[in-house]
Design a binder for this molecule. Structure first.
Ligand SMILES: [Mn+2]
Length: 372
């Protein structure tokens, strides 16, 4: 049986006036084609269906369309877990009822993860939604003393699954986590936040395949442990990536990345104002432009926007010639404290120094996110 693994749809994401909806619809149409072409027996979505817990009606309609087409029209089981961006209870509303129609949604972690059994009992899919160590501590009180880190929490959850797992089946897990060593993109906002803990891929030992979400760059992090990546280029750091889904064959447990075309690519271009205005090849893509012979004043921006409808960022010459770009490197970001990152950001972007009171509020907010 063929299984399609995808993740991180982020329906409802907004950047300025852009909402990516046409790109997401375009992806869904390609996904439906692939299901038909490969005669897929299941679709797995490994979290972050939505970009947040309170997205607009358009985003909900999009997921509704996906579920109706995959389960209703094509008759293919669709297994979905909540990611860190999803609101677990909202995502999993009516789950019992929907499972009868082939839509299996796992919102919140449960102690006994019930597998979705497919292909006449030959394949078992364990949906494990995003969770934190406090949830695992509450579900496994007998191990509470030994759950200190997210790694311990994952070990507890997967050890428990392994106890009842039937090794004669193909056992597949769907999970949403940051695995040690995975390469990040800028749109991996939560994972980049200094405190995001990573988990070792060893937690998936004994499973035939781990279908992961959370990291937006498609990649393999173990022989049968893969991220499908997100289907749309949501940040400029994804410019060079190929987007797509993973196709898993449960006969031999081989898996292959299948590229899916994009409605709109994402590009960075640089040149004089005249050179940029002459470019025919950039009209249909999300753009970041750097004008080398002008300041990026309102008028220049307006002219460029008229020519390039999907322009997201413009920088021009600047007084200090830094080009308006951040002076921080990825390495510096990793070693700096959150407070220093904030100070630098405010200074560079807004020429602003935060007050002691504002910094105290910031520290308080950061403390609340610790360990989550
Ligand atoms: Mn995500």
């Amino acid at each position: 049986m063929k299984i399609i693994h995808t993740s991180d749809w982020h329906f409802g994401m907004r950047v300025g006036t852009e909402n990516y909806q046409d790109c997401q619809e375009f992806f869904l149409e390609r996904l439906y084609e692939l299901i038909r072409r490969e005669n897929a027996g299941a679709v797995l979505c490994a979290g972050d269906v939505y970009d947040s817990g309170n997205v607009g009606a358009d985003a909900i309609a999009l997921f509704d369309h996906a579920a109706q087409t995959i389960c209703g029209q094509l008759g293919v089981p669709f297994i979905v877990i909540a990611g860190n961006h999803d609101q677990p209870d909202r995502l999993a509303a009516h789950r019992e009822l929907l499972s009868g129609a082939g839509l299996y949604i796992s919102g919140r972690l449960e102690r006994d993860v019930q597998p979705v059994v497919l292909d006449g009992g030959r394949v078992a899919v364990y949906p494990v939604p995003f969770f934190n160590r406090y949830e695992a501590q509450a579900l496994f009180p007998e191990r509470q003393e030994r759950i200190h880190t997210l790694q311990d929490a994952y070990a507890a959850v997967f050890d428990h699954i392994r106890q009842t797992m039937d090794p004669a089946r193909r056992n597949i897990v769907v999970s949403h986590a940051y695995i040690v060593g995975a390469a990040l993109s800028e749109s991996d906002r939560a994972a980049m936040k200094g405190l995001a803990p990573a988990v070792s891929r060893d937690v998936f030992q004994g499973f035939d395949y781990a279908a992961l979400g959370h990291i937006h760059k498609p990649q393999r992090v173990g022989p049968n442990v893969r991220y499908s990546g997100c289907p749309v280029k949501y940040s400029f750091s994804e410019e060079d990536q190929t987007k797509g889904v993973v196709l898993v064959d449960t006969e031999d447990m081989s898996s292959a990345f299948v590229p899916v075309p994009l409605l709109r690519d994402r590009k960075t271009a640089e040149g004089t104002f005249a050179q940029l205005m002459d470019r025919e090849d950039l009209k249909d893509d999300y753009l970041r432009l750097r004008v080398t012979d002008r300041y990026a004043g309102l008028e220049t921006q307006a002219e460029l926007r008229e020519r390039f409808p999907y322009l997201l960022e413009v920088t021009g010459m600047s007084a200090d010639d830094s080009g308006g770009q951040s002076t921080l490197t990825a390495e510096q970001l990793e070693t700096m404290s959150d407070e220093d990152v904030l100070r630098t950001f405010l200074a560079e972007r807004f020429d602003y120094t935060p007050t002691e009171e504002q910094l105290a509020l910031f520290r308080e907010a950061m403390a609340q996110t610790e360990g989550v």
